[in-house]
Design a protein around this ligand. Sequence first.
Ligand SMILES: [Zn+2]
Length: 147
Amino acid sequence: MRENQDCSICRRVSIWRGGRNPYFIHEFEHSIFIVGDHQFHRGYSLLLLKEHVRELHELEPSVQVALFQELMRAGRALVDAFNPWKMNYSCYGNLDPHIHWHLFPRYDTEPDHLNHPWLHASEFKEHLIDSEAARYLVERIKSNLVI
Ligand SMILES: [Zn+2]
C-alpha cells in the first residue's frame, strides 16, 4: 500500500486505523470514515483513502467504484443521523494531495445554505469539538451506518 511519510493524511490514516481515535467512525475496505474536528455544519465528516494516491482517475476502476460506494454509505449514514436539507461532497486535495472527501450535511436554516460550504471556513475553528462531543457524534453516525 502506497504511503508517504510527509503526507498529513497518511499520518492521520495510520493513527486512525483500528479506531484509536475518538473521531473514528468506521474503517471501510479502501477508506477511513471520521467525524470532523469542527462542526460548523452539524455532522461534518471526512472519508480518507487509506492509500496515498493524488488523483481519483489514478485509481483502478474497481477501486473507484468501491470507494464511491463507501462514500455513498457514509453519506447515507449522515442523512439518516441528521436529516439534512442537502448533502455536499467535496474532493480537492490542493493542500493535501491525497484523495479525501469532505462530507457536509447542509441545513436550510443556514444563512448561506445555497452557497458552497467553504464560504464560512474562517469560522470553522470557532466550532471545534472535544473528544466527548466527537464520541457522541460517532455513536450517532455509527448507529445509522449500514455495513
Ligand atoms: Zn498520503
